[in-house]
Design a protein around this ligand. Structure first.
Ligand SMILES: Cc1cc2nc3c(=O)[nH]c(=O)nc-3n(C[C@H](O)[C@H](O)[C@H](O)COP(=O)(O)OP(=O)(O)OC[C@H]3O[C@@H](n4cnc5c(N)ncnc54)[C@H](O)[C@@H]3O)c2cc1C
Length: 77
């Protein structure tokens, strides 16, 4: 595979040849868009809400609680 790597800060470009390209540029990966332009997102059905609160540590301070509710609703604390 031949790629041109451009440093965003210096804008210097370098041509690189390699057997493997490892892209770690996140969910909106420009590498994926270039290699697989026909792929798109699809919602897999999960909604998550997040909040924080200042409180005393729960048990050992590294413990989480997962409560299962109706219709696959879950509460994680
Ligand atoms: C609000 C929110 C809450 C989340 N909470 C959790 C959680 O509690 N637990 C959990 O497990 N996951 C959570 N996630 C998901 C988690 O953040 C992602 O799954 C994880 O960060 C993905 O890692 P990544 O390395 O693939 O991508 P990213 O963390 O997105 O890293 C991609 C990197 O590539 C860089 N980049 C992108 N394009 C370029 C480019 N052209 N050139 C150079 N650099 C580039 C970006 O600047 C970024 O630094 C949450 C996500 C969000 C948005």
């Amino acid at each position: 595979m031949n790629v041109t790597v451009t440093d965003r800060d210096s804008e210097q470009a370098e041509k690189v040849t390699a057997r493997v390209l490892l892209a770690a540029d996140g969910v909106h990966s420009s590498v994926r868009q270039q290699l697989h332009p026909d792929t798109s997102f699809h919602w897999e059905g999960t909604r998550m809400f997040r909040g924080t609160a200042v409180r005393e540590p729960f048990l050992d301070g590294a413990t989480m609680t997962l409560i299962y509710g109706e219709e696959e609703k879950r509460f994680l604390a």
